[in-house]
Design a protein around this ligand. Structure first.
Ligand code: CA
Length: 511
């Protein structure tokens, strides 16, 4: 990355690669027409922050290069110093999946980082927790109303007696009945529900609330669980009996969870999810590269790092397939891309349906530009494994978990994969959070941190202003992960109790 001017007050643009013919304006509020940069480039019109300026004259049809990648083609002649707003960028086709290089530039492993630990809970199966939660699963949406009332009572009447338990979480979802349960793709929501029910932050404790007549039998939520772990509402006489039964079973488990104490665990036991939401053009300049640096630190410490979001990887997949450790992993990555291409085709759209009005306002012209910034989260390590949506992770190192890019769906899928904590980057700003695992939010711009000082945990915007480096913020994120995983620091989302609903990915028919 070439930062043209170090003074935050001076006009500043950021060019990601020497070969680029566009750069993004870094100054808060953008820059007016007539602004002259150190390079002597003069703006012909106002360019908002994060938006692109043409560094030289472009002819209609010329490739527009950012990150030394073609993010589009000039829709008309464009003069140097012009604002390249989205209508001037023609979308290229997505990389051809059958012609990708596989495993031909596998990054060398970086030096291991020894001695990093956190204070976590040790689970009976050997895994660890970053929170000590009572999770109450459900087999069907019908029970959500009753469970929500029960959880209200548990929090008010029981939880204060168990100070070592952090919270009670109802795993409500929209699945379980009225669905084509034997459709091939039904495997996705079903395994997601199963893997959520046994999330490591629940410490091995299980309760499943079922109705009694639903398609997804409660026994299937946690295969092999004790009969005593299942409460079927149709087996109880009236509302109060249901609530009493749930409270009674919750109490038994709260007593056990309350016995648990934090112990020192190696950082290698952590599973960290990465996601972005409400991205802007600075996402790929500040927050995502800093998260990528932190991801490399985690991999060096022996941990598991999961990145996701198919539609934000699709246009950059040619940059990922060389990094996979084997042809087999490469084929798995391509299989997930193809599956998603087809899924989108059935809905008569393609990956370009991903970008939001906010992305565009933030300077992202299209999904190609968004994807180039998005994959920066994955750092520079080799990709050792690929998961289908909602599959549980079983490997250390950098893993690609195929999920929709939708924040709440990706969050749910990554929880099912077993993340202990999620790092979430945002440019436009979102109060997003998860009940089952802490979410550290990293902002891309100084102005966002100023606007939301009590929602954004880490401000990567200082990178654009030249105040700190990508490496500085990467280390800050890495250290904060260990603090939050240890329960020593609280994220803003947890501080305010901002927790989004679980939102299953169900690509199968609803009946
Ligand atoms: Ca997302």
């Amino acid at each position: 990355m070439v930062v043209m001017e170090q003074n935050a007050q001076a006009p500043l643009y950021i060019k990601m690669d020497e070969a680029d013919n566009v750069a993004v304006v870094a100054n808060d509020g953008g820059l007016p027409a007539g602004t002259v940069f150190v390079s002597s480039l003069t703006l012909l019109e106002h360019v908002p922050q994060g938006h692109k300026v043409a560094l030289g004259d472009l002819k209609k049809g010329d490739p527009i290069l950012r990150y030394n990648e073609v993010i589009g083609y000039a829709a008309q002649d464009i003069k140097a110093g012009s604002w390249i707003e989205e209508s001037l960028v023609k979308l290229p086709t997505a990389p051809e999946l059958d012609e990708l290089p596989l495993s031909n530039k596998v990054p060398q492993a970086l030096a291991p980082l020894e001695g990093y630990t956190f204070e976590g809970y040790r689970n009976p199966d050997g895994s660890v927790s970053t929170k000590n939660l009572l999770g109450i699963s459900t087999s069907v949406q019908c029970v959500a109303g009753v469970l929500n009332q029960a959880v209200k009572r548990i929090k008010a009447e029981l939880l204060p007696n168990y100070p070592n338990v952090d919270d009670v979480v109802a795993l409500n979802h929209g699945y379980g009945c009225g669905v084509a349960i034997n459709a091939p793709e039904a495997v996705v929501p079903i395994r997601t529900i199963q893997n959520l029910a046994t999330h490591p932050n629940f410490g091995g404790e299980v309760i499943v609330i079922g109705l009694g007549c639903e398609k997804l039998a409660p026994e299937r939520v946690v295969p092999g669980c004790d009969k005593g772990d299942i409460i079927c509402l149709q087996d109880h006489k009236g509302f109060d009996a249901m609530i009493q039964k749930i409270l009674q079973e919750a109490k038994v488990r709260l007593e056990r969870l309350n016995q648990r104490k934090r112990v020192t665990c190696p950082a290698s036991e952590l599973v960290i999810g990465l996601q972005c939401g409400g991205s802007d053009a600075l996402s790929g300049v500040t927050a995502n590269p800093a998260v990528g640096f932190a991801a490399d630190l985690l991999v060096r410490a022996g941990a598991t790092v999961i990145f996701s979001e198919v539609t934000e990887v699709r246009d950059a997949v040619h940059l990922l397939t060389p990094r996979v450790v084997s042809e087999e992993v490469g084929q798995a990555l391509i299989r997930e891309m193809k599956w998603y291409d087809r899924y989108l085709e059935l809905g008569e759209v393609d990956r370009s349906a991903n970008t939001t009005p906010g992305n565009k306002k933030g300077g992202l012209a299209n999904i190609v530009e968004k994807a180039m910034g998005s994959i920066a989260k994955s750092g520079k390590s080799a990709i050792v494994g690929v998961l289908s949506p909602g599959e549980k992770v079983k490997q250390k190192g950098l893993i690609y978990a195929a999920t929709p890019a939708s924040d709440f769906v990706c969050g749910t899928c990554q929880l099912a994969s077993g993340i202990h904590l999620q790092v979430f980057t945002t440019g436009r700003g979102t109060p997003y959070g998860l009940a089952m695992a802490p979410v550290i939010k990293v902002g891309t711009r100084n102005a966002l941190k100023e606007q939301w000082p009590d929602l954004i945990d880490v401000n990567a915007g200082r990178i654009a202003a030249g105040e700190v480096t990508i490496e500085d913020v990467g280390w800050e994120i890495f250290r904060l992960i260990l603090e939050v995983a240890s329960g020593r620091k609280e994220t803003w989302a947890d501080h305010w109790g901002l927790h989004n609903d679980l939102c299953l990915f169900n690509p199968a028919p609803i009946t």
